[in-house]
Write a protein that binds this ligand. Sequence first.
Ligand SMILES: Nc1nc2c(ncn2[C@@H]2O[C@H](COP(=O)(O)OP(=O)(O)OP(=O)(O)O)[C@@H](O)[C@H]2O)c(=O)[nH]1
Length: 590
Amino acid sequence: MSSTAPTLHEKLNQLRQRFIEQLPARLQKTATKWQQSRLSAEAESRLAPDFHRFFHSLKGTGRSLGFERIAMLADQGEELLKATSASADPASADPASADPAFIDPAFIDIDSLIPQLFQQLNEEIAYLQSQNGQQAVLASLNSTEFSSVAPTARSKRQRLIYLCDDETDQVGQLLHHLRCFGHEVVHFEDTESFFNAVITRRPDAVIMDVQFPQGNTAGTETLTSLNRLTGEQLPSIVLSSYGDFYSRLSAVRAGCNGYFTKPIKPLDLMLAIDELTTPLNEEPLRVLVVDDEPEAAAYHSLILEEAGMIVQQVNHPADALSALDCFSPDLLLIDVYMPVCSGEELATIIRQQSAHIGLPIIYLSSETDSQKQLSAMTAGVEAFITKPVTPDELVSAVRLRAERLHLLRSLMTQDSMTGLYNHSTTTDLIGKTLAQAYRDGSQHAMAMLDIDQFKAINDTYGHLAGDQVIITLARLLKTRLRISDIIGRYGGEEFVVLLKGITEKRAAELIDELRHDFERVDFHAGGERFRCTFSAGISSFPSQPSTEALRLSADQALYLAKQQGRNQVVINNDNGAEYSEPGQHGVEKQ
Ligand SMILES: Nc1nc2c(ncn2[C@@H]2O[C@H](COP(=O)(O)OP(=O)(O)OP(=O)(O)O)[C@@H](O)[C@H]2O)c(=O)[nH]1
C-alpha cells in the first residue's frame, strides 16, 4: 500500500465516483416525485421548484466534475421546465415575436419528455459505471488542467536553503543559525554540485559566494545560467569577501535580492533570507463554501485547498451563520440555487449583520442569464462565477477578493513589530480553542515566555538592539512551532503560546529546545556581540479550565523560573512545579 497522500487527481476521481454512485438513488427519488406531481395541479405547482433545482444543480455539478452528457441532459430538463412554466405564467409576455427559436409550449409533451430524460440519465450512469465508461472518465480527468494552481508550500514555514561557499571555515556559524530557525540547509563547496542540486531539487532560497577558483564572478554567473535555463528567478542573496563594483554588478545582473560582505553577521543574513522566503501574508486564506450539493462543495473546496487555502463546507444555508462566527472566513462562496433559501437571500441575511458587512461574497451558479446574474448581485456580492469554473479561475477569483480583507484583518489582529497575534487576539483565539476542546476532549498546553534581564539589554546595547532580540525570538517561535499553534506577543518582551494537542511535559521539552537554541544566537550592536536567554512557565488544559486560569498558572511557573536563576522552563502542573535544566545566565557579554 502506498503511504503517500492522495494527489488532486486521485481525490477528484474519488469525488466523481461518489457522485455517480449516489446519482441513481437521487434520480429514482425525483422520478417518483415526478409521477406524484402529475396527479394534481396542486402537487404540480408544489413540487415544481424541486424539479427545477434538481436539474439545475445536476447541470452545474455534472459539468464541474466533467460529466458533460449528464450536464447536457440536465440542461434539457431545466429548459423544458422553464418553457412550460413560462407558458403557465399569464404575466409573461408572448416571446414568439421576439425569439425566432421559440417553441410554443403547447407543443411540448412534458409528460413523456421528462420521463425520457430520466431514462437517458439512467443509461448514462450505467455507461459511466461500466468499464468503458470508467476509462473514458479517467481519460478526461487526466486531460484536466491544474497547471497554475499554487503549490501548498504556504502551509510550511520550514525553508530549503542552499549555501554555496568554498570558504568552509567561515560558514559554520551561519549554518548553525539557519538550522536553529528550523530551516533545512545544504552546503556546497563548488558551483558545479550546486548547479546539479538546483536542477534536481529547487531550493526556496540561495546564499551564494561570488568568487570561486573557476573565476572571479563564477558564483553569480552560475545563478545567471540557472535563471536562464529554468526561466525562473531563484531567490538569492550574495555573500562575498569583496564589495567592489564589478562583484556587485554581477550580483545585480544575476537578479540577486541582497548583497552581504564578510565577516558574516548571521542574524542579519538570516532575517534577510526570512524576508525573502516568507510571503507577505503568511496566514492561509480561509474560505467558507455554502452549497447544498455535497459533491459540488467538495469539488470547489478541493481546488481551493490545493491552492493552500483553508476551506470549510456547509451544506445547509441555516448553518452558515454559526460557521461564519466560528470559522471567521476571509471570503464566502455561495451557491445561488439552494433549498430553504436562495443564495441571494442568504447574502442579504449576512449583509444585514454589521460584523459581516465587509466580508467578500462570491456567487457560484450555473445561471448564464446575465439579467438574473445582475439581479442576484443586488445583495452586494463581489462577483458571480458561472459553473463549471476552471481551477485557475476559481483560485484567482477568490484570492483577488479575499486578500484585501485578509490584510486589513491582519493589521487589526497582529503586533506590528513581530507579526505575531496581539494581546486581545491571542486571548480571543485561545478562548475559542478551549471552547472547542470542551466539546472534543482535546488537551493543550500554554507557555509564557519572558526575555531575561531585558532592561539591561536595552540599557547596554540600546532599544534598537532590544527590538532585534524581540523580533528574533518571535521568528524563532514562528518557524519552529506548528502553524496551528497560537503564538502571541502579550506585551513588551513577553510571549504567550498555546501548543495545541500536547501535554505540558511535551510542551516543556519543545520550549526547552527553543530556549537552548535561542541562547546560542549571536546579536550585534555597534561593534559588540552579545547573547540573550528567556525563561518560560508552562500550564495545561484541562487541569486549568479557562484562559485566565491557564495564564495565571503559567505566570506562576514563569515567576518561579525567574526566581530560580532564569534561562529555564518550569511546568506548573497538579503535582507541583517541575523544572528543566537551568541555564547559566541571562545576558552574556562577549
Ligand atoms: N527594545 C524594546 N524594549 C521594550 C519593549 N517593550 C518593553 N521593553 C522594555 O523591556 C524591559 C522589561 O524589563 P523588566 O520588566 O524590568 O524585566 P527584565 O529586565 O527583562 O528582567 P527579568 O524579566 O526579571 O529577567 C523594560 O525596560 C521595557 O522598557 C520593546 O518593544 N522594545
